[in-house]
Design a protein around this ligand. Structure first.
Ligand SMILES: Nc1nc2c(ncn2[C@@H]2O[C@H](COP(=O)(O)OP(=O)(O)OP(=O)(O)O)[C@@H](O)[C@H]2O)c(=O)[nH]1
Ligand SMILES: [Mg+2]
Length: 296
């Protein structure tokens, strides 16, 4: 018997907003590389997460939820999805087990099937669905398209994530190892820092504010006392939003900072001193130059 060839490839996670794509990415790599939240359109960039096994490597590409765009930012997010769809070896198409399959899912399914790339359908959040809900959902998934497999998963609990990984490895072509052993993401550190701050801001704000928030890391200082000093700016679109994000007597901004610092210290294994400021960048979601400056 000859040696097994090395298998490797790119797999994108696709679905409408909030189905759990980023949660699944984190479950695969075993670390937070993508932020998650209950608010739709959390993810704004194609984030790579890598898992390396014995004789294989999967490079996952988490994508923004595909949706009907209302702003230039929304259009950009959809462009990111369509772009990644063209360059992957396999696709994980995701549905939410707790939500009826609707036109949003049909729209995404069509985009996936049009690529003629092997696609596995994941029905996520099985932990939150009753059996009477899950069975018809799996049937609805089958009617949506011609999937290689349909598998119920709980990204939050890790149920069936290993099985899904095995199915994906089978789809990979022969290839080379793209990333060194142990590397789980190519996301620059400064981007991850800003994203963690944005995640906390999303958790603590509501209505239109989560969509209006962008965060940029301004400066990171490795201090002599081993503390990592991070300066970041939270951008909002209007003066009124600035007041809300800062909060009464600065309480909101302080809470965002405390939560972010705790996560960052845990992620980096280092003490962190986090300095946040809030700035208005008027209507940045619709402004091409502002989008560019904010990395979108
Ligand atoms: N109960 C349950 N909740 C989940 C599961 N997976 C994700 N969630 C929750 O669903 C919400 C959305 O998860 P995300 O991972 O941010 O979803 P997403 O598809 O990346 O969303 P966008 O980036 O906005 O497109 C979060 O509140 C998650 O905690 C799961 O398996 N079970
Ligand atoms: Mg996401």
């Amino acid at each position: 018997m000859g040696e097994q060839p090395y298998r490797s490839g790119f797999v994108s996670l696709i679905g409408r907003p909030n189905v759990g794509k980023s949660t699944l990415l984190n479950a695969f790599v075993g670390r937070k590389v993508a932020i998650t939240s209950r608010k739709p359109q959390t993810t704004r960039n194609a984030i790579r997460g890598v898992i390396t096994g014995d004789g294989w490597q999967i490079v996952f590409i988490d994508t923004p939820g595909l949706h009907k765009p209302k702003t230039l930012l929304g259009e950009r997010l959809n462009d990111v999805v369509h772009h990644t769809l063209r360059e992957v070896d396999a696709i994980v198409f995701m549905l939410d087990a707790t939500q009826p399959v609707g036109s949003g899912d049909e729209f995404v399914a069509r985009a996936v099937l049009n690529t003629h790339t092997p696609a596995i359908c994941v029905v996520n959040k099985m932990d939150a669905a009753r059996n009477e809900q899950l069975v018809p959902q799996l049937q609805a998934a089958e009617e949506l398209g011609d999937w290689k497999e349909i598998i119920p998963v709980s990204a939050a609990r890790g149920t069936n994530v290993g099985r899904l990984q095995g199915l994906l490895v089978e789809q990979l072509p022969e290839g080379t190892q793209y990333y060194p052993d142990g590397m789980v993401t190519d996301q620059p550190r400064d981007v991850l820092l800003a994203e963690i701050v944005r995640e906390k801001a999303l958790q603590l704000t509501r209505q239109e504010i989560p969509h209006s928030i962008a965060v940029r890391t301004e400066e990171v200082i490795e201090r002599d006392d081993e503390i990592l000093e991070i300066h970041a700016t939270v951008f909002v679109e209007r003066e009124s939003q600035k007041g809300i994000v800062i909060g009464k007597g600065g309480a909101m901004l302080k809470e965002i900072g405390t939560r972010a610092r705790q996560d960052l210290e845990w992620l980096l294994g280092q003490k962190v001193f986090l300095v946040l400021q809030v700035k208005v960048q008027k209507d940045w979601q619709r402004d091409p130059r502002a989008l560019q400056r904010l990395g979108y």
